[in-house]
Structure formats: C-alpha cells, structure tokens
Design a protein around this ligand. Structure first.
Ligand code: WT7
Length: 683
C-alpha cells in the first residue's frame, strides 16, 4: 500500500515522518550528527526451506552476475523479457541525475502486458479475479483485457486523446481502472491515476500540473457498505481545471445503467458503457520510444504544489516484471493478490504492469478489509486459493489486533509466499504474519521501495535469502544501496545513517514533471552523486538492511539518535499492545523526549500500572534512554485514507501546536479525542 503524503503544513513542520520531505532535507538535519544508534537487536533468523529453494525462480548467482556488469545484467533482462518493435541500441546513458535506459528501442507496454500473451495462446487465462465489496464478482481473461482496453483506447481517440496527451484517472478499485491505464498506454497517452479517496482539490491540482485533457471517473464506488460518490468531485475538479475537455464516467453504482444520482453535462460527459461499448474491438498498439512517458504519479498533499513523479516505458517494464517474477516467485499457476490500491505506486507496478507482463493471474478487491467482517481477506484467500499475498504492515497490525480467530475460520493452506510493503514492519507483526497467516511455512518478503524507485530495491530473494523479522535484508541484484553518515561516507556494518542509492536502475523516476531543479534538489543534492531516499537505515553486523523510517522519524534524545520505529516495535512486542506510534517531543533537558501513542489489544484496560509496565518494557528491550517520557493510551490513531499514521499530526499534538489541515484523514474525530487527553501522558 503506498504512502499518502499528508497535506503540507507550515515549512517548519514540513517533515513528515511517514510521508516524504517535500523540500531538500538538508536544512532539517543536524550538521554533524552521529550515526543513528543501533539499539534494538532482532536475532531470529529464517533460512529458506529446502523445498522452497529447490523450486525457486531466484538464484544466488544473480547477485554475482549483476555485480560483474550491472548494465549488461539489465540489458539481458530487456532482451529476454520484452517484445520490442525496434530493438534498443544502448543500455544506459547516464548524465547524472538523468538516466536513459534502452535507447533506440521502441515498444508498446500494453502489447507486452496483454496482446503477446493472447497471441501465444493464453487468451483464456484469467488476468484478474475481481471482487466487489458488496459481493459481486467479475472475471477478466487476457482476451477480455485485450478487447476491453482496445475498445477503451478507441473511445479515447474518439474524444481527441492523442499520443503524448495526459489523462487523469479517478476511479475506485474496479476493472475499468486497469483497463483505462492499459487503454492510455496502448495509444501512448500518459496516465495520472489519482487515488479515489482524494478530494476535488487534490484532483484539480494534479490535473493542472500536467494539463490533462480527460478525466476517467465513475459515478462512485463502495466502501464499508456505503456508496461513495466520485463524479461530484470530478465535476468540481473539472471546473477548476481549464485543460479538461471531457469526462468519461463508468457506471459502478448504477451497475452499467445511467446512475440516477449522477449529473452529466451534455457534450462534455460520456457514460463509459455508452461510448466504450460501441467501439471497435481492435486498436493497434502504438510503438513508443523506450523513454516515452508512461505515467505520472503525484506524491504530495493537497495544499502545496504536488510533485509529479515521472516514469517512462521500457526500463519500468523491465524493472517491474523482473522483480515481480523473482521476489514473488511467480509461477504460471499462481494466484497472486496484491491488496494495495491501484492509486498508489504499489498498484501500478505490482497489480498492473509487472504482473500482467508476467501473464499472472491476480485478485483485485474493491473494498475495506473489515466489510462485512474482519475475515473478508481470508474469505477471499480461501475462495480463490490465493498463493501469494502482498500487503502492508498497517493492515497486518490491524488483523493482529482483531485476533487469530478471523484467519482461523478459513482455509489458508493455498498461501505459499507473503509480502510486506510501505513502512518498516515490526518483528512482532512479521512473525504474526508468517506464523498465523503463513502457518510457519511461507517465506516473508519485506520489500523496500518508493514511488520514485518504481520497483522494489531492497528485499529478500525467496528461496535464497535467510530472513530476519523486520529486515528488508539486501539490495536486489544490480542495485547499489549504502548507508552513509552526514558527510556521505559509508557507515561500517553495525552502524546506522542515511539510505542512498549509488547507481541508476531501470525503473527509476526520470524526473519531477516540469521541474528538473526540484528533482535535483530533492533527491541528488544532499549527497553529491547519490540518490537520497529520505530514509534512515542501519546495517547489522552481517550487512542486513534495517529500514528505520523517514529521517524525520529519527529522534535525538540526550544526544542519542534513535528511530521511532524501533521504539514502536518494542511496544508492539508487548502482549497487551496492538499498535503504537512514537514521535519526538521537544524537551528542554534532553533535546527531544519520546512520546508514545499506544492502542491496546481488545480486552486490555488502560491503567497507570500498564503504562509503567510498558515504559519498563521499552527500557528493557532497547535502552533506558528510549523509555517513553510520555505515553498515552488512545482508542485510535489519525490515519490517512490509505492507512498511514500521520505522525506530523501526532507531533503537533505532542507539542500542543495548532493543527493544520486534517482533511486527508480517514476520521477527523480521532485527533480531537487524542488532543483532549494529552495532559495525562507524562510520566
Ligand atoms: C516510503 C515510500 C513502495 C510503495 C509504497 C510506499 C517507506 C516503503 C518500506 C519497507 C520500510 C518502507 C519508506 C519509503 N517504505 N516500503 N519495506 N520498509 N519502509 O511508497 O508512498 O513512495 O513511500 O515508504 O519510508 O521511503 P511511497
């Protein structure tokens, strides 16, 4: 599940822990900080089973092959995995920080993701099992995807969309979402998918930044048993976005009929089922240059200028398809479920392009994990015999909190591999996932990457890597990652610092749309010659990478740099704790003090006694310096609609500051409840 960047607050508070730093992080860091201290140690190891290793796609030799010649390594993948219209002539052109991969080549990504599979006889293979929240289902084969995306591409052409024109997609998790993306890519029109939970303002900001001509939206979708309307927001966005010429509207709530509650503007708005369904079923895929813009995905909140992360075609396809096949060990008969929203990069790379390029059978679920009950995911796993599940730590912790009786009601024996993405996973959540969901059999891949990286960069290779709960382990073959100190010097194993990437990779962002200066400033100026990811990391004595959250998650308590993530993991490892969020609160004596927000498991009662126990627990697990000075039991935490804890707000609460814009929160009431109780937190 991708991270939603919260709204931009005042500049001073513009460092959000679980989102990204909008501006170059240079100014927010102490000039000569010691390395982040490595306090929490997790020593349990999980070597691959012999059975899994014997059948695994990945081999340890990939690392050596890639180290010998990393460009040649990616070139081989590009030759073997892609159907080219014109073969590429150069591997990498690197004019730091601007990369071009597979120059001279032309291709069409939709041809690679759909048509070629149909041509080789896989037309009847299921591309997606789609499950609507109310219980309706749709099954799309590769032949269906080819036909539907061709018709949709013809409809785009009928609306005047040409190669290079931008199209905004604002849809719920329905089959028309991947179909619309493929339709755009079929004719070389870059898409920008805007998460359906975003406001009209967020949508118009993004449209205005890229000058999109068309919005593809729906009357609405289903969430927690309720209709959520989308068309009114699309209308409001269009009113504020002069580049919009048309709106194409899928009837989701109307189930394929004009939906009574949806206003349509004559001449501008068109129902999908009227315009698309009448189109020809053939539409030749347009070959584009390797570096043709495939899509933009915006990463900032609603009040500052959004940052359009630009991805191109060939390198992105190579990177996503290869990592997908290796990291998820994809076999022809797998049923693969990435439970992210397609509105985030995880969905782009690992629901749409990577899996389809590998002719994978996938599952897409429209709705919430607790609807109608907390066993909805496990029901879907059982129904479709899902073999691979990829989800986020926030979801895993929510399942943990509900208790093991929900998964226990279902047959999960089809699962053979589990993945995690989006934030550091606490060892306790990792173990719960592996043991309760995976019955102790499944490898767990904790995958680190970003919207900007396009593809997974730090991850175990299942069948090869011995994992440790909470560690993303090692860089993927061909990737050069390092942990550096404030001067950019590599920190020896055992120490912590800043995560950087030292060579280009095929799916990397090519820029920020329309703003090369901001691109250089944000990612390439902090450590010259290196990509600065904005994350803290440490390596243990064996070189395993442990992601420590955004660098602004790092606190400095009495001169000790500590990761909020480590303290959260320590709290969550206590049997009475379901979830926690830790922020730094300014402190006269120690610089910063640890402020912990704690959600208890069902049946646990908050008490001073328990608060004391938890403080002692952290002292014991990490160090007395990590002991929370403030500890507040809360019924819930402020989260974005995509499930990220908004630590920026928690910091504001901890500091007693005025709260900024809270409109991107899933539940704005949570904040008030917490704020009204902060007086009781101090030890
Ligand atoms: C940030 C990127 C990659 C798709 C979802 C998020 C954090 C992501 C992990 C992980 C620790 C992780 C980082 C990163 N992150 N995966 N496995 N372990 N942290 O995409 O919104 O671009 O956010 O998410 O802080 O920088 P995004």
């Amino acid at each position: 599940m991708a991270r939603e960047r919260g709204p931009d607050g005042p500049a001073a508070y513009n460092r959000r822990s679980n989102g990204k730093t909008e501006e170059p992080p240079v100014s927010v860091e102490p000039q000569s900080a010691p390395a982040i201290e490595n306090l929490l140690s997790e020593n349990r190891t999980f070597p691959p089973s012999a059975e899994f290793a014997a059948q695994a796609n990945a081999r340890a030799s990939l690392y050596e092959e890639a180290e010998r010649d990393f460009v040649g390594f990616w070139e081989r993948q590009a030759r073997e995995r892609i159907s080219w219209d014109t073969p590429f002539t150069t591997g990498l052109e690197w004019d730091l920080p601007f990369a071009k991969w597979f120059g001279g080549g032309t291709l069409n990504i939709t041809y690679n993701c759909v048509d070629r599979h149909v041509e080789r006889g896989l037309g009847d293979k299921i591309a997606y099992h789609w499950v609507g929240e109310p219980g309706d289902i749709r099954t799309l084969t590769y032949a269906d995807l080819m036909r539907e995306s061709s018709k949709a591409a013809n409809a785009l052409k009928a609306l005047g969309v040409r190669t290079g024109d931008r199209v905004a997609i604002y849809l719920p998790m329905i089959p028309e979402l991947p179909i619309a993306m493929l339709a755009c890519a079929r004719i070389g029109a870059p898409h920008t998918v805007v998460f359906g939970g975003f406001s009209a303002e967020a949508l118009s900001d993004r449209i205005n930044d890229c000058g999109a001509k068309l919005i593809i939206t729906a009357d609405g979708g289903w969430r927690r048993g309720k209709e959520v309307l989308l068309k009114p927001a699309a209308d409001a966005a269009a009113a504020a976005a002069p580049s919009i010429e048309n709106i194409l509207v899928v009837s989701r709530l109307g189930a394929g009929e004009p939906h009574a509650g949806t206003a349509m503007t004559a001449g501008r708005d068109h129902w999908w089922h009227e315009l698309v369904d009448g189109q020809s079923e053939t539409c030749p895929p347009v070959p584009v240059d390797s570096e043709h813009m495939l899509y933009l995905l915006y990463t900032s909140g609603t009040t500052a200028k959004p940052k359009g992360i630009l991805h191109t075609t060939a390198g992105y396809l190579v990177g996503t398809s290869f990592t997908h096949e290796m990291i998820f060990d994809i076999k022809p008969d797998d049923v693969y479920w990435c439970a992210a929203d397609i509105g985030w990069v995880t969905g782009h790379s690992y629901i749409v392009y990577g899996p389809l390029a590998n002719a994978t059978t996938g599952v897409i679920y429209e709705g919430a994990p607790d609807t109608p009950g907390w066993d909805r995911f496990w029901q879907i796993v059982e129904d479709y015999k899902v073999t691979i599940l990829y989800t986020a730590p926030t979801a895993i912790r929510a399942f943990m909190k509900q208790g093991p009786e929900f998964p226990a009601k279902h047959d999960l024996s089809s699962l053979r591999l589990l993945g995690s993405v989006g934030e550091p996973i606490n060892p306790e959540a990792w173990l719960w996932y592996q043991q309760v969901i995976g019955a102790g059999r499944t490898p767990v891949v904790d995958t680190w990457w970003q919207t900007e990286t396009g593809m997974i960069l730090i991850t175990p290779l299942p069948g090869v890597t011995t994992t440790k709960p909470g560690s993303a382990t090692f860089p993927f073959p061909g990737i050069s990652a390092d942990v550096v100190d404030t001067d950019g010097n590599s920190v020896p194993f055992g120490g912590g610092g800043y995560l950087v990437l030292k060579r280009p990779w095929p799916a990397m962002l090519r820029g920020i749309y329309g703003d090369p200066e901001r691109f250089k400033q944000t990612y390439w100026s902090r450590f010259p010659g290196m990509y600065f990811a904005g994350d803290g990391a440490k390596r243990d004595e064996e070189g395993y990478f442990w992601l420590l959250g955004r660098v602004d998650d790092v606190m400095n308590v009495a001169g000790h740099r500590m990761s909020t993530t480590e303290i959260e993991s320590a709290l969550v490892s206590h049997p009475s704790v379901a979830e926690s969020a830790v922020v730094g609160k300014n402190d006269e004596l120690t610089g910063q003090a640890v402020f912990a927000f704690v959600i208890l498991k069902a049946g646990q009662e908050p008490s001073d006694e328990l608060a004391k126990t938890l403080r002692e627990h952290v002292s014991k697990m990490i160090s007395p310096i990590a002991r929370p000075k403030f500890l507040l039991f809360v019924p819930d935490l402020p989260k974005t609609r995509s499930g990220k804890i908004m630590r920026r707000l928690l910091r504001d609460i901890a500091e007693g500051r005025n709260l900024g814009d809270t409109t991107t929160l899933a539940d704005t009431g949570v904040v008030e409840t917490i704020r009204d109780n902060t007086g009781r937190a101090e030890d």
